[in-house]
Write a protein that binds this ligand. Structure first.
Ligand SMILES: [Zn+2]
Length: 94
């Protein structure tokens, strides 16, 4: 148990070192720094996904989702085959 100064209302609130703890005074999250860091990590993960494959958005119509899923599947299979071929070339002597 401890106390933390709320980043939103500047009041001191009790907290349990938990990033999900909420300010007693204004109800906002106490650890916005940690939360922001988590959010950033999450965004980076998402950005990676978007870089790698066809990213499925909630607004996509069903046939686009289907095409993207097929694309992702082919991409995954293609990458597996490529990895295998590269490994084969590397493993072959001379
Ligand atoms: Zn507060």
């Amino acid at each position: 148990m401890g106390q933390k100064k709320c980043p939103h209302c500047q009041e001191w609130s009790s907290w349990n070192q938990n990033i999900e703890d909420i300010c007693e005074h204004c109800g906002e999250k106490l650890s916005h720094l940690e939360l922001a860091r988590n959010q950033k990590r999450e965004e980076e993960r998402k950005a990676n996904e978007e870089k790698w494959m066809f990213y499925i958005q909630k607004s996509d119509p069903p046939f686009v989702v289907f095409l993207k899923k097929m694309g992702n599947l082919f991409y995954t299979v293609f990458m597996a085959i490529m990895t295998f071929i590269i490994w084969l070339i590397a493993a072959l002597p001379g």
